[in-house]
Write a protein that binds this ligand. Structure first.
Ligand code: AMP
Length: 213
């Protein structure tokens, strides 16, 4: 697929010439994880899910994992310095990547500011923030369904689910405005089949990438 993406990155000189950096943004249960799988396959990006990284630490019973677990089980966020440290390490160890798909990060304004700085140090930047729009009723349905199979303690408890939605509104929603001010935010309808939603996301990425030429 010698596509628009390759053409764009060939003629866009201010950026690291091969990179495409995408943030998948939205509330818990909106489908970021599922859609990440589709997009990393389509664009050949490195998937960075801070939730997955933290769950790995928990499974390995590391001190970081133990600290994170008690917060995650209550629906709270893990401290910024912990997640920023993890991201920094991954960016450094994947310096030759075609680009990154950030899933569940950044979740606070300090995380967004740190990400912008880290990418800038690597002569790159966020190209697009895709905000997946799902109504609250549908979100609750998806969370209940996911709780049946995910094995995640933070999915199983309705009180914790509620807390996560509150934390999202208070701490994470402002991140959308951070990228809106930089004209990087795109809203995408997150209802319908998995395939319909990924087709919409891909269409928006391709359009934004082409417009930037
Ligand atoms: P997720 O798998 O993205 O739903 O994340 C599960 C939990 O991990 C969240 O409820 C937070 O407790 C924690 N977590 C994941 N990503 C972050 C982040 N970027 N900042 C702080 N906490 C996070």
């Amino acid at each position: 697929m010698l596509n628009q993406y390759v053409v764009y990155h060939y003629i866009c000189p201010k950026k690291h010439e091969t990179m495409l950096n995408v943030i998948l943004f939205g509330p818990p249960g909106c489908g970021k994880g599922t859609q990440s799988e589709k997009l990393i396959g389509h664009y050949g990006l490195v998937h960075i899910s801070t939730g997955d990284l933290l769950r790995k630490e928990i499974a390995l019973c590391t001190p970081l994992g133990l600290e994170a677990k008690s917060l995650m089980d209550k629906g709270h966020l893990v401290p910024d310095e912990i997640v920023i440290g993890m991201i920094s390490g991954i960016l450094t160890s994947n310096s030759k990547a075609k680009g990154f798909l950030f899933d569940g990060f950044p979740r606070t304004i300090p995380q967004a500011e740190s990400l912008d700085k880290l990418l800038d140090l690597n002569r790159t930047e966020i190209d697009i923030v895709l905000s997946i729009q799902v109504n609250e009723e549908e979100l609750i349905k998806r969370m209940i369904k996911r709780a049946e199979t995910s094995g995640r303690s933070d999915d199983a408890n309705p009180e914790v689910q509620k807390k996560r939605q509150e934390v999202y509104k208070r701490e994470t929603l402002p991140v959308a405005n951070h990228y809106k001010a930089k004209e990087k935010l795109e809203l995408v309808d997150g209802e319908g089949s998995i395939e319909e939603i990924s087709a919409r996301l891909i269409k928006v990425i391709d359009r934004v990438v082409l417009t930037a030429q």
